[in-house]
Design a protein around this ligand. Structure first.
Ligand SMILES: O=C(O)CCC(=O)C1=CC=C[C@@H](O)[C@@H]1C(=O)O
Ligand SMILES: [Mg+2]
Length: 313
């Protein structure tokens, strides 16, 4: 089958820059892929790099797209190198759609993303009113004393409503002692006499500190999820081989080939949480189709991010 290939770069501004331990992120840029077969049928895909997580850069993705001829083949798509995981995802998703495997996305429970730090305290009720029962709050930006204080306040307020849970994401911004102190508090909160739970602490330590995170899992009730440590297929396998059996945050748009993710996910029996990279609805649809197919657990998907952009819900 010969396939016409087109691509277009896009950029969209966050309503407010996303503040994480990695720094401030104000504009999401990516590439929309259009594949068309001889009959004029079209498949859409999205390349949404996140280079500070370990994917290729937007420049590298653009160079790759510019290097392709106007007519490509399935073989070319399935031979995109592992060094271009966002390109693997974007072109393979478009091919999947072109070949008609474009099921509607089943309704998945979603987690809403709070603004970082103290701003989260005044924002959580709006997300609950939008229907979210799982919220994610970024830490590892302010002082640990401030963030622990705000956590106690946020937890006491959220525990007044039945059935809410909170995810914490440090983006690798804590040290071992801070993480240990934080997890002690999370354990105490989750063992409290309300239904409120801290579902997990995401990436407390840096990507080179797996041993430390393995040690932290042994001493605490609250789960730990790896994110930056398992951003690509190679890293998922490495962490598994080094003994990680906790939660894996899977960002489909940067992890790499969906075909290879399916294989690895089933082979390793992963406890996964599927997460957005602030892609557009094109990349989100392909990511959520994968989440619906692979995620057997009860865990909410991390795609409650549309309110971060102007002109979306
Ligand atoms: O996972 C979610 O709930 C939302 C997406 C999200 O938190 C992130 C997306 C992309 C980069 C990061 O800033 C952040 C993360 O670390 O998970
Ligand atoms: Mg994360």
């Amino acid at each position: 089958m010969t396939i016409k290939f087109k691509f277009n770069k896009y950029s969209r501004r966050f309503k407010q820059p996303l503040k994480t331990h990695h720094g401030l992120w104000g504009v999401r840029e990516g590439i929309i892929i259009e594949l068309m077969d001889e009959k004029g049928k079209v498949g859409w895909g999205e390349i949404a790099p996140l280079s500070w997580f370990g994917s290729e850069t937007l420049r590298e993705a653009m160079d790759f797209c510019e290097s392709l001829p106007g007519i490509i083949t399935e073989n070319l798509i399935f031979s995109i190198p592992m060094s271009l995981p966002a390109c693997q995802f974007g072109l393979e998703s478009a091919l999947t759609q072109l070949q008609g495997n474009d099921e509607e996305i089943p309704k998945l429970e979603n987690s809403g993303l709070l603004p970082t730090g103290k701003a989260g305290l005044s924002a959580w009720k709006d997300l609950v009113n939008r229907g979210y029962t799982t919220l994610k709050w970024k830490i590892g930006v302010d002082s640990i004393d401030n963030e622990l204080n705000w956590l106690e306040i946020l937890a006491s307020q959220m525990s007044e409503i039945q059935g809410l849970s909170l995810r914490l994401d440090a983006n690798g911004g804590l040290n071992f002692a801070e993480s240990d102190r934080l997890l002690d508090i999370c354990d105490r909160i989750s063992l409290g006499d309300t239904s409120f739970k801290i579902e997990f602490l995401e990436q407390p330590l840096g990507v080179n500190e797996l041993e430390g995170m393995l040690a932290l899992t042994k001493g605490h009730l609250t789960s730990i999820a790896l994110d930056e440590s398992v951003a690509t297929l190679t890293q998922i396998n490495q962490c598994y081989q080094q003994g990680w059996r906790g939660i894996f945050v899977i960002k489909p748009a940067i992890v790499g080939s969906p075909k290879q993710l399916r294989k690895l996910y089933h082979t390793l029996g992963i406890d996964g949480v599927f997460s957005s990279v602030f892609e557009t609805e094109i990349g989100q649809k392909a990511s959520l189709q994968l989440a619906a197919e692979l995620c057997q657990s009860h865990r909410a998907v991390g795609f409650g991010i549309n309110h971060w952009f102007v002109d979306t819900d």
